[in-house]
Design a protein around this ligand. Structure first.
Ligand SMILES: Cc1ncc(COP(=O)(O)O)c(C=O)c1O
Length: 447
């Protein structure tokens, strides 16, 4: 994912930090100069010394309702006391059904069946498996190919990295799944730099799907999966009309369309789902992160009712889908999720990004003309600020910006030389001013 700076000196790794092999981290560098977050409340993290850090990233795109929400911690504590775990394989517990019912009611119409997982990666692999199995139960077992997209991020399972398109996430892990092809990505700074919101140029890139369908023959393709807005590769927006075009091509050929909404689900663009925002209905939606406000790991896969129905045709005593996790529909995660949905509803958070997005957009674009900035991109409460790379050291400049912002009290994310922002949806204008003020100052000071 990110390329850490090579020139930050690695002094001595702290021995007490050695045992924990940290995920997606330059372990030696970090353990020599750690940045720790010990507490959180509202829009802020606090370091162990008590220094506040403004959260510009909602953790990792997940703490949409902000930090330290008592409604969630109370619900979680009560559920652990009541029943910490019960199996869901041929058994049930009420709260999983309640949570699925609430989710189904807010999902785009027609996608009202919910399969629970524990993460975005598991949601993706679940969606891919359901897509292939769906065609098989319908008698189209030849449809096994999966189409992803360059620069796509779909988590770290073998399915997800196979359809994903981030080179470092793929190249270490062998041959990956067979039968996978990729659309071109939609990032084009030459045509679209400094677009406000969706870029105008590039809808034709969706025609790649038609080309790939013709190459392999559509009857061999199970599904295409895309992030409606790609986050991990550095905030890549779909050109105007692109997603509709993908939908049309899928319809023409009987290909399922999967939207990976792990980061866009639950209000990031100012609608509950990106599918609502773009007015394009996929067949399957993957979700996680904002589902429980990041408080308890959980993911969900929303499927079109007809897909579920297609599996419900064999003998009634037989398991219809040989798939599931010990912790699918975990009662504590469901309790957290129900409390989170209450908060989203009570505070209108799933549409709040719409209200804030003009102010956010102006703030993002105020960075145009700052040192090193070659593009800024924004939509809803998402922003990407692309910096020119230093010669021979890609990623170093954004890494420095990340470190300097942290020192100045703002948490921003970096991927390659792109600073990515996705704050909690409770953000106020003064936080936006502070966040972009800090980034602007930092850009003036780094080389
Ligand atoms: C679009 C998308 N899909 C899947 C994932 C994987 O989610 P997780 O890290 O919960 O497995 C992510 C994580 O950032 C994501 O952004």
């Amino acid at each position: 994912m990110s390329t850490p700076s090579e020139h930050v000196p690695v002094t001595a790794v702290r021995p007490e930090m050695l045992p924990f092999w940290m995920p997606f981290t330059a372990n030696r560098q970090f353990k020599a100069n750690p940045r720790l977050l010990a507490r959180a409340e509202g829009m802020h993290y606090f370091t162990p010394e008590g220094r506040p850090v403004l959260d510009g990233t909602a953790g990792l795109w997940c703490v949409n309702a902000g930090h330290g929400r008592e409604q969630i911690s109370n619900a979680v504590a009560a559920q652990i006391r009541e029943m910490e775990y019960a199996p869901l394989f041929n058994m049930g517990h009420p709260i999983a059904f309640q949570f699925a019912e609430r989710l189904a009611a807010m999902a785009p119409e027609g996608l009202n069946r919910v399969f629970f997982t524990n993460s975005g990666s598991e949601s993706v692999d679940t969606a891919l498996k359901i897509a292939i199995a769906y065609h098989r139960v319908k008698g189209e077992g030849a449809r096994q190919r999966l189409i992803g997209r360059e620069k796509g991020y779909h988590g770290v399972g073998f399915g997800g990295i196979s359809v994903g398109g981030m080179v470092n996430n793929r190249k270490f892990f062998g041959a990956l799944l067979p039968g996978v092809d990729h659309l071109r990505h939609t990032l084009d700074i030459e045509h679209n730099a400094f677009s406000r919101g969706l870029p105008q140029w590039g809808a034709h890139l969706a025609d790649d799907l038609q080309r790939i369908a013709e190459l392999h023959d559509p009857s061999t393709i199970a599904a295409v999966i895309v992030e409606p807005v790609a986050g991990s590769a550095g905030v890549i927006l779909p050109p105007v009309g692109y997603l509709k075009k993908l939908r049309e091509i899928c319809d023409r050929h009987g290909i399922l369309l999967i939207f990976d909404e792990v980061i866009t689900g639950f209000g990031r663009l100012g609608e509950p789902f990106a599918a609502d925002f773009f007015g394009v209905k996929p067949d399957i939606i993957t979700a996680a992160k904002g589902l429980t406000n990041g408080s308890i790991p959980m993911g969900a896969v929303f499927v079109r009712n007809e897909i579920y129905d297609a599996f419900m045709t064999g003998p009634e005593h037989a398991i219809e889908l040989f798939h599931g996790y010990t912790y699918s529909g975990h009662p504590v995660a469901c309790a957290a999720g129900l409390a989170v949905l209450d908060i989203y509803e009570q505070e209108d958070l799933l549409t709040r990004a719409k209200e804030m997005s003009d102010y956010w957009e102006d703030a993002v674009h105020s960075l145009r003309g700052m040192p090193h900035v070659i593009d800024v991109r924004n939509l809803g409460l998402v922003a990407g600020i692309e910096l020119a790379s230093r010669d021979g050291a890609p990623g170093a400049r954004a890494f420095d910006a990340h470190i300097k912002c942290f020192e100045k009290g703002a948490l921003v994310r970096f991927t390659g030389d792109i600073i990515a922002l996705s704050p909690p949806l409770i953000i106020e204008k003064q936080h936006i001013d502070e966040l972009f003020g800090t980034i602007g100052e930092v850009l003036k000071t780094i080389d």
